[in-house]
Design a protein. Structure first.
Length: 411
């Protein structure tokens, strides 16, 4: 399936000198003849995105500035864009490629550009009545003469700049539409950030489409913790093409930093300790494209886990150590309490006095109380001979003591 992702830096540049185009693409060829200086120019714009209807004429322009000292003779031509997967290549048009003949320049083929001068090149595209949907060009600018040979060699490198030109024809049946065919985290779970995301977007229409949007990440409490831009360069996808866009979320504590040699290093930035990531996260992607009438959103969702198990193991070990210390402390306290309670006897249980027994009964049960005293106290006989003094109940106590004698005589 053919696909193309065109960003703001859509120009291709192959030079042996200084590269000044915004998005270079190199493709070289060897020459056996010496000639002019290497290509060193600037162009504007980096790409052309044009729209028209059958039978219309589109007029636009491109600008070129020569950065070589002195005047430079340049040539301009049209080539076809070809894409295979993520690879973009240029092809020389064949006789059957009539759409290339729609494009003309002034001057037609060659022009001279002075040093540091912006040269304006008018471009005209005459759309025939039977044209429909999309056409993809590359406006290529190069040296009109062969560049000088490489020192010590008879070979040279020919430099070219290609400006992508995308043409949409608003003919009956034209459709601009896109969908997300795949959105997932690079791994279902990670120990530490970063975590990557892959979004595959397919152009299901017959016009160029450039969806843009954001990726929102929420934790398991529903709080939004990150927002990532998706296709912020507003790159286009060719008709019936698709493209995989990647994003990375690295805002965490700690996080794995990628080194130039391809290895990773775990970075502990303690100022970001509040960014400790743990648990289940949900990623929602929202893209928007314009179908010619209004903005159309497309969405998708995926989930992933962040499980920093080394940190969790360390915390678990600390909790177990603290818990073991608390248990040991309470066990020691309980042993001490048992020792103290074993040595101490309760006086109330060992020595029960007459006053305590009598006070536990009401005025109507004095006789029963005296009988209890006689059983529990060894000296009950002596106490029975003496009047029992109960606070507030003196008279009743004397009568009770006299009443006990007939009971003893009867025995």
């Amino acid at each position: 399936m053919k696909s193309l992702w065109l960003g703001i830096g859509g120009a291709l540049l192959i030079v042996s000198g200084i590269v000044l185009a915004s998005s270079p693409h190199l493709f070289a060829k060897e020459q056996d003849e010496p000639a002019s200086k290497p290509l060193n120019i600037e162009i504007s714009p980096a790409r052309l995105v044009l729209q028209g209807k059958p039978g219309e004429t589109i007029n636009t322009e491109i600008k070129v500035r020569n950065r070589n000292a002195g005047a430079t003779k340049l040539k301009i031509e049209i080539m076809k864009l070809k894409s295979e997967g993520d690879t973009i290549s240029l092809e020389t048009p064949s006789d059957n490629d009539d759409f290339v003949k729609w494009v003309t320049f002034k001057p037609k083929k060659t022009f001279t550009s002075k040093y540091d001068e912006w040269k304006t090149i008018p471009v005209t595209i005459k759309i025939p009545e039977d044209a429909a949907f999309t056409y993809d060009y590359a406006v290529v600018i190069s040296n009109a003469e062969l560049p000088e040979a490489i020192p010590g060699s008879t070979q040279s490198i020919d430099g070219k700049i290609a400006i992508f030109t995308l043409l949409d024809i608003d003919a009956p049946g034209a459709v601009r539409a896109a969908e997300i065919t795949r959105f997932e985290a690079s791994k279902p779970w990670v120990t530490y950030l970063p975590v990557g995301f892959e979004t595959e977007i397919k152009n299901i229409g017959n016009l160029h489409v450039a969806p843009i949007g954001n990726l929102f990440i929420k934790d398991m409490l529903g709080r939004q913790v990150a927002t990532l831009a998706v296709n912020k360069e507003a790159g286009y996808i060719l008709a019936d093409g698709s493209k995989t866009v990647t994003n990375e979320w690295a805002d965490g504590f700690p996080y794995n930093k990628q080194k130039p040699d391809g290895t990773t290093e775990l970075v502990w930035d303690w100022s970001q300790i509040n960014s400790l990531r743990m648990g289940k996260y949900t990623a929602d992607i929202v893209l928007v494209y314009n179908d010619g009438l209004r903005d159309i959103p497309v969405t998708s969702q995926t989930t992933f886990w962040v499980i920093p198990w080394p940190i969790l193991l360390a915390l678990l070990a600390m909790v177990l150590i603290v818990l073991a210390g608390i248990i040991s402390f309470f066990r020691s306290v309980m042993r001490i309490m048992r020792r103290i309670s074993g040595r101490t006897k309760k006086p109330e249980e060992a020595n029960t006095t007459t006053k305590d027994v009598v006070s536990d009964h009401d005025d109507e049960s004095i006789d029963e109380a005296l009988l209890i005293v006689e059983k529990k106290t060894p000296q009950s006989k002596k106490m029975a001979a003496k009047p029992l003094k109960v606070p507030g109940h003196g008279a009743k106590a004397k009568k009770s003591s006299r009443a006990t004698k007939p009971r003893n005589d009867s025995k």
